[in-house]
Design a protein around this ligand. Structure first.
Ligand SMILES: [Zn+2]
Length: 110
């Protein structure tokens, strides 16, 4: 959480709202929220919203591009056999070439 968090930043935020959930929290967390609310002269709700906002911002930064990268990487894997345009399944091969490689291996093992 940035050290420069100010109450006026929180109060400026959008007024429209929705209910999130009714969550049980450990007593020490509740006490910490009480303390911050007192220090900032804010309500506990304002403090919780501010903490959620900071957390969401931090996770958005930390996970930037993460799911898209994973999807792209998975989608860009192709069979290693020259001229084959099938998607990768196992050991660098598409399904058909993987089965062919397995059959060759079984034949030579006998
Ligand atoms: Zn293939």
């Amino acid at each position: 959480m940035p050290g420069d968090l100010k109450l006026k930043d929180l109060k400026r935020r959008e007024r429209s709202s929705s209910r999130l959930m009714n969550v049980k929290i450990p007593a020490y967390v509740s006490a910490a929220i009480d303390r911050v609310a007192r220090d900032l002269d804010a309500s506990k709700t304002e403090v919780v919203i501010a903490l959620l906002n900071e957390g969401l911002q931090a996770s958005a930064t930390a996970l930037k591009g993460w799911p898209a990268d994973t999807e792209t990487r998975a989608a860009q894997r192709w069979c290693v056999v020259n001229g084959c345009r099938e998607p990768h399944v196992a050991k660098g091969y598409c399904a058909a070439h993987y089965q062919a490689a397995r059959r060759r291996k079984l034949r030579t093992a006998r």
